[in-house]
Design a protein around this ligand. Structure first.
Ligand code: UD1
Ligand code: UDP
Length: 372
């Protein structure tokens, strides 16, 4: 069975590489990797770490790309690749524009689609934007749905999807086998030189489209106040290369004492830093899955989440994007030991780290039933 995995952004790569490695191990499967190129330099260290052989790269990234240019460029360029390779199935991941457009392009060629990380829903089509719509539309197209949790499966059932669902856990837990290390030595110059056991370290990431502009300004103002009020607190912020993010962040936070703005970390540095952080402030989806399993509290800089599992378990809290809310909620965790300890327990609703194996098994079963 020829299986083509299509991905293009950082989180897709982190979560698809363990699956690609698993497919490569199978004697009855052929793995083809097609990058959309939606992200460029942020993908390189991930592909190197997992030693992924790339067969096709659509190389679409341009500065300040819009949803329209990403969509049009992928749709146009992937057609030839699908026709040339003619895989039995195309695998896409999650909710990016790469995922949705690759699924649509496969549908146009009547090639079945398997959706990894299926069934996440916030219930608001504009938040996260455009991800909620991307994943909902991908569900309509897909034949196979690999849902990380039972809750994700029930979201699919509510939408009338009754066949092809397998609950697998999240492949990010599989990625941890490669990235997390007990006596890890950091690669990044800043992390090499700082003593992370001195003071308290907050890891911050913020880049979502719906937070660009005023919300991101409010987040940065909150960070300024938090470090001003708390002299033992350091904030590390690996800044997304999007110029719209960089402009705001540098305007407000550049040269602030104990605020370290850096280039994005490679995923090994990132996961090992996260594990050693006091808390995580983020608008990222992936960090809401990763930090809880390391026992690190997460305050989410959004007004909703499609990942309610760790919220229910008590290790993730949604705090929005107002400056005073961010300062107040962060300071509760800095000053109230009981509140901190209640959130700092290790919780892992995302499986046993073998999601890739379960996906491969489901693919094999599907292949035997439909292809003979
Ligand atoms: C995309 C996804 C989002 C995902 C995020 C992960 C969509 C619509 N958005 O958003 O769901 O959470 O990736 O990070 O699919 N850039 C570079 N180098 C890179 C990557 C990006 O310079 O390696 C810059 C480019 O100027 C680019 C801009 O960042 O135009 C924005 O990239 P884009 O993929 O459009 O948006 P993200 O916010 O990264
Ligand atoms: N990440 C990383 N380096 C960084 C910031 C994030 O490796 O500097 C990882 C993070 O650990 C997680 C993924 O990138 O695995 C999350 O990506 P992002 O926040 O861009 O996307 P989202 O999860 O919100 O879709």
């Amino acid at each position: 069975m020829k299986i083509m995995s299509v991905f293009g952004t950082r989180p897709e790569a982190i979560k698809m590489c363990p699956l690609v490695k698993e497919i490569e191990k199978q004697h009855d499967m052929e793995s083809i990797v097609c990058l959309s190129g939606q992200h460029r330099e942020m993908l390189i260290p991930i592909l190197e770490l997992f030693e992924i052989k790339v067969n096709h790269n659509l190389d679409i990234m341009r500065p300040k790309q819009t949803l329209t240019t990403i969509t049009a460029d992928i749709l146009t360029r992937i057609e030839d690749v699908l026709i040339k390779e003619r895989p039995e199935i195309v695998l896409v991941h999650g909710d990016t524009t790469t995922s949705f457009v690759a699924a649509l392009a496969a549908f146009y060629q009547k090639i079945p689609v398997g959706h990894v990380e299926a069934g996440l829903r916030s219930g608001d089509k504009f938040s996260p934007y455009p991800e909620e719509m991307n994943r909902t539309l991908t569900t309509r197209i897909a034949e196979l749905h690999f849902a990380p949790t039972e809750n994700n499966k029930s979201n699919l059932l509510k939408e009338g999807i009754t066949e092809g669902i397998t609950v697998t856990g999240n492949t990010v837990m599989d990625a941890f086998h490669t990235t997390l290390k007990e006596n890890y030595e950091f690669q990044n110059e800043l992390l090499k030189t700082k003593d992370l056991t001195k003071g308290r370290w907050i890891l911050l990431t913020a880049h979502r489209r719906e937070n660009l502009g005023k919300p991101l300004e409010q987040i940065c103002e909150a960070v300024k106040q938090i470090v001003k009020n708390n002299k033992d607190v350091n904030v590390v912020y690996p800044v997304h290369p999007n110029p719209a993010v960089r402009e705001t962040v540098e305007n407000i936070l550049k040269n602030q004492e104990r605020v370290y703005l850096t280039e994005p970390f490679d995923v090994q540095d990132m996961h090992n830093l996260m594990r050693r952080s006091y808390l995580v402030l983020t608008d990222s989806g992936g960090l809401q899955e990763e930090a809880p399993s390391c026992g690190v509290p997460v305050l989410v800089l959004r007004t909703e989440t499609e990942r309610p599992e760790a919220v229910q378990a008590g290790t993730v809290r949604i705090i929005g994007v107002e400056t005073e809310d961010i300062v107040r909620e962060t300071e509760v965790l800095l000053h109230n030991k009981t509140a901190y300890e209640q959130m700092a327990m290790a919780v892992n609703p995302y499986g046993d780290g073998k999601a890739s194996c379960y996906i491969v098994e489901a693919l094999r079963k599907w292949g035997q039933e439909t292809l003979g």
